[in-house]
Write a protein that binds this ligand. Structure first.
Ligand code: GDP
Ligand code: GDP
Length: 439
């Protein structure tokens, strides 16, 4: 499980700046749930060997009608989901009443928390931090988020304190030994995840879970279908629910991100009646960034008029073109139509994501593709691509070796990528290409 870091503090202390430094995902996921007045942003990041999830909780200005209310609305859930809270203050502004209110609040939480003094660029860090001992949150740490100063040390320190070790080979090996296809079913609240999970498992084997577990943990359900073992990572909870309210409370972006990271294949569920929303797009962006194989299920296809169906299909073609590598299914989880067909696409996506190709095979393919269309000449020398090998799976990584590969135009790279994807018959998974000069 990835550790979760929450950034809190009043507006303008530098939370977004730090968030952007810490995340590498193209898209931050934004929680736009009812009852939240401000955005919480979620992103995934990596420093050194360690992955983590960061939440930017939005600002707490102190002008709200009471800190508890403000915290409850914007940050409590995020703090609740976090393993560690980084409380940011502004070295140039000194202590502000809003800082004191936040500090008060944090002192009452049972949560690991570090005080981070930002914007120490051009200041003496020791002098800058000395003011902030008064907040009573412990040793202030200093950074300059805008310049990246102290950021790696801060995260190392925070993760070390949590006892999170640099991952060893064992995690990777364990996953390798797990022969089951790990499927995560993800989507916004109420799109039909629970209904679909029940369908996928088969109505007769609905298991009632009454785990007291935290909102953060998904349930892992191992099962077999036509001789193939699967593990379904259920972010929705198959337990029948009494209230819609519960659905909203149970939805957790952290849980969704964790499930995506831990899956081989993601089934992204979209409510066809609502059309493709911003949050659906962000989520698909995140799946692609994480390199997972993808199957898209447009749910609630029952009872829609022909006109509505056409309009959704057009929207899907236009807005989801960036996920065109995936197969799309139009289903009704409620009635079960189209649900069985998902397995064909899941299996195909898994097979492609895990495929192994020899250096020989990839190099022959490279030679053919290059013979059809030569790379351009740069500085009077033709760019040469000599051989290719596989650098990883799920997502498949193809490493192309040659000379002057830095000078390869984007259009030529795309040509190679398209040809490889086509000739290797890869479907349902993103592919990554790396270009290296030398060896
Ligand atoms: P947020 O409201 O807490 O998310 O704050 P922002 O990240 O938007 O930053 C507020 C302002 O502080 C912006 O103008 C940033 O450029 C600036 N800022 C952020 N980090 C630093 C820093 O390390 N040094 C300085 N000098 N300015 C910073
Ligand atoms: P979750 O929050 O994503 O787990 O969504 P649920 O599975 O709880 O479904 C939310 C609501 O949508 C429930 O009232 C379901 O009965 C309904 N629903 C789910 N799938 C379908 C479907 O295919 N068609 C229709 N019409 N309703 C559905």
């Amino acid at each position: 499980m990835l550790p979760v870091i929450a950034l809190v503090g009043r507006p303008n202390v530098g939370k977004s700046t730090l968030f952007n430094r810490l995340t590498r995902s193209r898209d931050a996921l934004v929680a736009d749930l009812p009852g939240l007045t401000r955005d919480r942003k979620y992103g995934e990041g990596k420093l050194g060997e360690r992955d983590y999830i960061v939440i930017d909780t939005g600002g707490i200005s102190g002008d709200e009608a009471g800190i508890d209310k403000a915290m409850a609305e914007q940050s409590l859930l995020a703090i609740d989901e976090a393993d560690v809270v980084l409380f940011l203050v502004d070295a140039r502004a000194g202590i502000n009443p809003a800082d004191e209110m936040i500090a008060d609040h944090l002192r009452r939480q049972q949560k690991t928390c570090h005080l981070v003094v930002n914007k120490v660029d051009g200041l003496d860090p020791d002098v800058a931090r000395s003011d902030f001992f008064a907040l009573g949150i412990g040793e202030p740490l200093t950074i300059a988020a805008a310049h990246g100063r102290g950021v790696t040390a801060l995260i190392d320190y925070a993760l070390d304190e949590l006892g999170i070790a640099v991952p060893d080979e064992q995690d990777a090996e364990e996953k390798e030994y797990d022969q089951s296809v790990r499927i995560a079913v993800v989507g916004r609240p109420n799109v039909g995840k629970s209904t679909l999970v029940n369908r996928m498992l088969g109505e007769d084997r609905v298991v009632v879970y009454d785990q007291a577990g935290t909102t953060r943990d998904s349930i892992y359900i191992p099962y077999e279908r036509e001789g193939q073992p699967y593990t379904l990572i259920d972010t929705a909870g198959v337990r029948r629910r009494k209230h819609i309210r519960e659905a909203v409370e149970k939805f957790s972006i952290v849980k969704t991100l964790q499930a995506i990271k831990d899956a081989n294949v993601v089934v992204a569920v979209i409510d066809a009646r609502e059309g493709v929303t911003e949050q659906d797009l962000h989520m698909l962006g995140f799946v692609i960034d994480s390199g997972r194989a993808l199957v898209v299920a447009l749910n609630k296809w029952d009872g829609m008029t022909q006109e509505q169906k056409e309009s959704v299909k057009t929207q899907v073609e236009r807005r989801l073109a960036f996920a065109a590598f995936a197969r799309f299914h139009f289903i009704s989880a409620l009635h079960g139509s189209g649900v069985g067909d998902l397995y064909g696409s899941i299996n195909e996506a898994y097979r492609c994501a895990m495929a192994k190709w020899s250096t020989n095979q990839l190099t022959r393919l490279l030679e053919d593709v290059v013979a059809d269309h030569q790379p351009p000449t740069v500085n009077n020398r033709r760019i040469k691509l000599r051989y290719a090998h596989q650098g990883g799976s799920n997502p498949p990584i193809i490493v192309v070796h040659g000379n002057q590969t830095d000078a390869l135009p984007g259009a030529y790279k795309r040509y190679l990528e398209n040809r490889f994807t086509k000739l290797l018959k890869v479907k349902g998974t993103p592919m990554r290409f790396e270009f290296r000069t030398g060896d």
